[in-house]
Design a protein around this ligand. Structure first.
Ligand code: ZN
Length: 108
C-alpha cells in the first residue's frame, strides 16, 4: 500500500512548502530513485525526542529491491538523522546526473 502511495504522490499536487524530495539509490543495482514526502501528512510524532519520524518504503524499478528509509526530524521539521536499509541517500545533483547518464546509455 505504501508503494502505491509513493507512486500516487509523484503525480499529485504541485510543489508546496510541505513537500520534501528524497533522493536515494539502490545499493544492489545502483538505480536512482526520487521520492516525494509530504511533511504535513507523512510524519509521525516522536514523543521521545519531541520531533518527528518518517518511515518510507520504496522500490526501485530495476531489481525491485525494497528499501526502507527512516528519517528523524526535530520539532521544526528539519532532518536530524537519516538512514536507509538496502539503499543509499544521494543528493539531487547526483540523482539528476545519474538519470541523465541512464538516458544517454539507453539512446546509444
Ligand atoms: Zn536495484
Amino acid at each position: 500500500m505504501s508503494i502505491l502511495n509513493t507512486l500516487k504522490s509523484f503525480f499529485t499536487s504541485p510543489s508546496n512548502s510541505n513537500a520534501l524530495m528524497l533522493y536515494v539509490k539502490c545499493k544492489r543495482c545502483g538505480t536512482p530513485l526520487a521520492v516525494r514526502v509530504n511533511l504535513a501528512n507523512d510524519l509521525n510524532a516522536d514523543y521521545d525526542s519531541g520531533g518527528y519520524v518518517l518511515y518510507k518504503e520504496m522500490m526501485d524499478s530495476k531489481c525491485f529491491t525494497l528499501m526502507r528509509a527512516e528519517i528523524r526530524f526535530d520539532a521544526a521539521r528539519r532532518i536530524v538523522e537519516q538512514k536507509i536499509d538496502k539503499g543509499e541517500f544521494i543528493t539531487r545533483e547526483e540523482y539528476e546526473a545519474m538519470v541523465d547518464e541512464g538516458r544517454k546509455t539507453k539512446d546509444e
